[in-house]
Structure formats: C-alpha cells, structure tokens
Design a protein around this ligand. Structure first.
Ligand SMILES: NC(=O)c1ccc[n+]([C@@H]2O[C@H](COP(=O)([O-])OP(=O)(O)OC[C@H]3O[C@@H](n4cnc5c(N)ncnc54)[C@H](O)[C@@H]3O)[C@@H](O)[C@H]2O)c1
Length: 282
C-alpha cells in the first residue's frame, strides 16, 4: 500500500547491490511512495551487482561513487541535483565493509591497513558525504539523512570485529554532524540500528546464521527484515518525523531492550518453573 509520503521528494540512495540489500528495499518503497532519486554504488559493485535492474524498476539514474572519495561524492551530489531538478530531501547511506571481517580475522589479530579502510568506508564516509553536501548546500531544510548501524556499536558480539568500532564512530558522527547541520540548515541526521539481516554484508560475518537465530529468539517481535527496515526509513524521510534528529533508532523487534527471553531461557533450562507456567510457549 502506498501513502504518497515522499511525493515530490528528491534523494540519493547508496548501497543497493542486489535484491537482498536493505537499500534495494528502500529504493523500491521510496519509488512506491512517489520519490525520485539517483542510485549509487562503488564502481566495482556496479560491475558485479544488479543495480541496473533496480534502476529500471525505479526509473532512477545510476551514478558510480566510491564513498571514500570526496571528488566522487561532490560529483554525485552536483549531478544528482541536475538530474532531479533541485536540492535533495533525503539521502540513504547504506554502506559498510571490513576486509578483516570478510577475511574472518580474529579481533586480536587485525590487519591495520584493513582496519583503517573499514573505518573510512563504513564511518568516515558519512562525514565526507555530509561535509560535501553542506559545502554545496545540496539538501533542503528538514531534509533527512539516514545511515544504517548495528547494536555491535554498544555491545560486543564476538565476530563483529572492527565493524564494532566503525559503527560506534558512525553513530557518533550522526550526533556531531547532526548538531551542526541542524543549527545551520535544519537538516536532520539519524542512524537506524537494524536487526541482523540476510544480505551480502550480513552473511559475510563469521557465524552469521547463529547471530541471526539468536537475535530472532531474543526479540519479542522477531528480527526486523530488510522490507521492515525500508518502511521505517520511509517514515524518517517523510515530513511526519520533522523533529527527529541526532538519534540512533533501534529497529530490532525489541532485541536491544531484552535481557533474556523465554525462548532463550527455555533452550538452556527446559525444566525451569517459570517456563512451564508461561502459556505463551504452549
Ligand atoms: N545485514 C545486516 O545484518 C545489517 C545489520 C545492521 C546494519 N547493517 C548495515 O546496513 C548497511 C547496508 O548493508 P546490507 O546489509 O544491505 O548489505 P549489502 O552488502 O547489500 O550493502 C553494503 C553496500 O556497501 C557498498 N559499498 C562497500 N564499499 C563501498 C564503497 N567504497 N563505496 C560505495 N559503496 C560501497 C556495497 O557495494 C554494498 O552495496 C551497512 O552499513 C551494514 O553494516 C546491516
């Protein structure tokens, strides 16, 4: 169902690689809600991914940009405004990559070149994007910039590796830049802290299936899917959330507030009295 929540809005969507990508779902829903936007991804991802199919589906042009390159980002921002016919109203930064995680390196044996690259791609790129957008005055008042994070920023998950630091920095940039951009141009910046999701990036994490299963059992509403995440993104791009900024917003079916769930307790203590008496498990 469409509510026309983004009718007349212009944006840029980073990070749609294939049908599994969270950004892919966001693009489809933004299109359904009446937005016009440009799709972007790293030049290499354009060669190996399926973004062209999405472009056709959403009637969107595709501009390659490596998020670590300020030159690429400036070109993207200028060109997008030309194509769309004005300043932007929303940007989705749905980008992350760590070679240490991909190579499944132990946290106590990191390659530092790869660590720095992970910080650049997964966190500092948001600062580069925002700084470029602000200098070019590319975003309208009350425009909304969203990035995607994970609860690994607050708590340690064994195999999340150096992405833990990348997400912590990402969320910190959301707050710091949110203050400056909000004061100067009323632009809002938020991160969504999403459940484990079966995407290319997600599945690259060692033990992802167990993470995914555990999170599902811990969350009273179950894991949030990429499609659920897209719905939430649309509300945050829309005018219905005009005063929300500088926040890290959990979108995880309740995982972040749960100490232990009946489901998990049942797994460890099937004979526990409190389990037997909980009718919800019958
Ligand atoms: N999948 C999960 O479990 C999960 C959970 C919470 C948060 N997230 C976050 O969601 C975001 C999107 O990831 P996803 O799960 O949809 O996976 P995905 O693999 O589909 O998307 C990651 C994207 O980052 C892009 N990218 C990597 N390096 C780049 C560069 N140098 N320049 C431009 N783009 C680059 C990739 O091409 C890809 O499109 C990431 O920030 C990820 O950390 C994912």
């Amino acid at each position: 169902m469409s509510y026309n929540l983004l009718k007349g809005k212009r944006g840029i969507i980073f990070g749609a690689l294939n049908e599994d990508s969270i950004a892919w779902e966001v693009a489809k829903k933004a299109h359904d809600e009446g937005a016009r936007f440009v799709l972007t991804n790293a030049p290499i991802a354009l060669r190996f991914g399926k973004i062209e199919d999405l472009g056709k589906l959403c009637d969107a042009e595709i501009i390659p940009a490596d998020v670590t390159s300020i030159e690429d980002l400036e070109h993207l921002l200028i060109k997008s405004q030309e194509i769309l016919g004005g300043k932007l109203d929303f940007i989705l930064h749905s980008v992350g990559m760590s070679k240490n995680v991909v190579k499944k390196r132990d946290y106590t044996d990191l390659n530092y070149k790869d660590f720095i690259q992970a910080m650049d791609i997964s966190a500092i790129s948001l600062h580069k994007l925002l700084q470029s957008a602000k200098k070019l005055d590319a975003i309208n008042e009350y425009g909304s910039v969203l990035t995607l994070s994970y609860i690994g920023a607050q708590r340690v998950f064994t195999t999340y590796g150096d992405m833990t630091q990348a997400k912590a920095m990402l969320e910190s940039i959301v707050r710091s830049f949110g203050l400056h951009y909000g004061l100067d141009k009323k632009v809002r910046i938020n991160s969504i802290s999403q459940s484990p999701t079966k995407t290319t990036a997600g599945k690259g994490i060692k033990g992802f299936d167990s993470f995914f299963h555990f999170a599902g059992k811990m969350s009273p509403l179950g894991n949030a899917t990429a499609a659920d995440c897209a719905d939430y993104c649309i509300t945050l791009f829309s005018d219905l959330s005009r005063k929300v900024t500088m926040q890290n917003l959990y979108h995880d079916g309740g995982f972040s507030s749960t100490g232990i769930s009946y489901e998990v307790l049942k797994h460890y203590r099937p004979d526990c009295e409190c389990i037997k008496h909980d009718l919800r498990l019958e």
